[in-house]
Ligand binder design. Structure first.
Ligand code: ADP
Ligand code: X2W
Length: 296
């Protein structure tokens, strides 16, 4: 607690208060989606890595699924490759796909390195490893989503998760290994697909019957039209807020994934500000709920 004067007794008390939470989540799988916008400077990445190591030591099974949208965007810009989004999804041609896979590989290893530097044993994977996630081509987006063009939008090599084989992740749960997964997958025919990291995290959480799915992004949660935080939102309210345009851009796949994950049996989904130090511990091991909780 840098900068705050906390007595040793208070420190011990704070640690002891984590006990019921540790008991509640003992042996539970928690999927943490670490968004590209949440990845701040070095200190924030170190705090995130320490939280993940702490969860593992506390008896949970954290699985990290990461994004890297802004990092991919900067690399595409450096390479003078144009990039467009439709409904929060990047239109991906062959050339873009190569850059996506390359950048996500770098992001993946930097998270692995940070967790290992914090004393954990992380391994970096993508959906390709162990045939963990196969994807099918995303359907073209319909005309109404791109008014004026008069045509459906073909997203190219954008995929949607089709199957999840949890074998590798189950091995990790039975050991001290922390999986860190990049959202790239192959089709049944071996093509490489770019999968939105939120959708990917939802598929992993569903297949692992995760107790919690946390989305770490760069806003405090879902905001209403006056930019106030919505603390709790049902599936129906979520649908309504997408339809009325309150939820737009990158928040759409996030909220759609929340609804989908809840319907597939994940217990609770929370959208949080990943830039707040130790937000993962705050959410899971204290009484202080943060962000937007999406419920059935
Ligand atoms: N209603 C909303 N509440 C909060 N954020 C919203 C909302 N609608 C759109 N957004 C946008 O969604 C962004 C988060 O999604 P995204 O940029 O894909 O983040 P990440 O890289 O973490 O996945 C926010 O920064 C914000 O600009
Ligand atoms: C299809 C699609 O849009 N893929 C994303 C994959 C990375 C991602 O989702 O990263 P964030 O979580 O940081 O946004 C992309 O190319 O940006």
């Amino acid at each position: 607690m840098a900068g705050i004067d906390v007595s040793p007794l208070d420190r011990a008390r704070i640690l002891a208060e984590a006990l019921p939470h540790m008991q509640r989540y003992d042996d539970a799988t928690v999927v943490v989606k670490y968004g590209g916008h949440a990845m701040g400077e070095e200190g924030a990445a170190r705090d995130f890595a320490r939280d993940i190591v702490m969860l593992k030591l506390a008896g949970l099974h954290p699985i990290v699924v990461h994004g890297g949208g802004p990092q991919i965007g900067s690399m595409l810009k450096r390479l003078n490759i144009e990039s467009h989004f439709h409904e929060g999804l990047r239109v991906t041609n062959q050339e873009t796909m190569e850059v996506v896979e390359m950048v996500l590989g770098l992001v993946n290893k930097s998270i692995v390195a940070a967790i290992n530097a914090a004393g954990g044993r992380a391994i970096g994977l993508s959906g390709k490893d162990g045939n963990m996630v196969t994807a099918r081509k995303h359907a073209p987006l319909n005309k109404t989503s791109s008014p004026g063009t008069g045509e459906d939008v073909d997203l190219g090599f954008v995929g949607e998760p089709e199957t999840v084989d949890p074998t590798v992740l189950n091995l990790a749960s039975g050991s001290d290994i922390i999986p860190v997964i990049a959202p790239v997958a192959t089709s049944r025919w071996g093509e490489t697909f770019n999968v939105n990291a939120d959708t990917f995290a939802g598929a992993i959480a569903g297949a692992m019957r995760a107790r919690r799915l946390l989305f770490l992004t760069d806003v405090s949660g879902v905001l209403d039209k006056d930019r106030n935080l919505i603390r709790k939102m049902t599936i129906n309210e979520s649908r309504m807020r997408i339809a009325d345009g309150t939820i737009t851009g990158g928040m759409i796949p996030k909220v759609e994934t929340c609804m989908d994950a809840l319907e597939r049996g994940v217990d609770g989904v929370v959208i949080l500000d990943g830039k707040v130090p130790h937000i993962v511990l705050l959410e899971l091991l204290t009484d202080h709920g943060a962000g937007t909780l999406v419920t059935r």
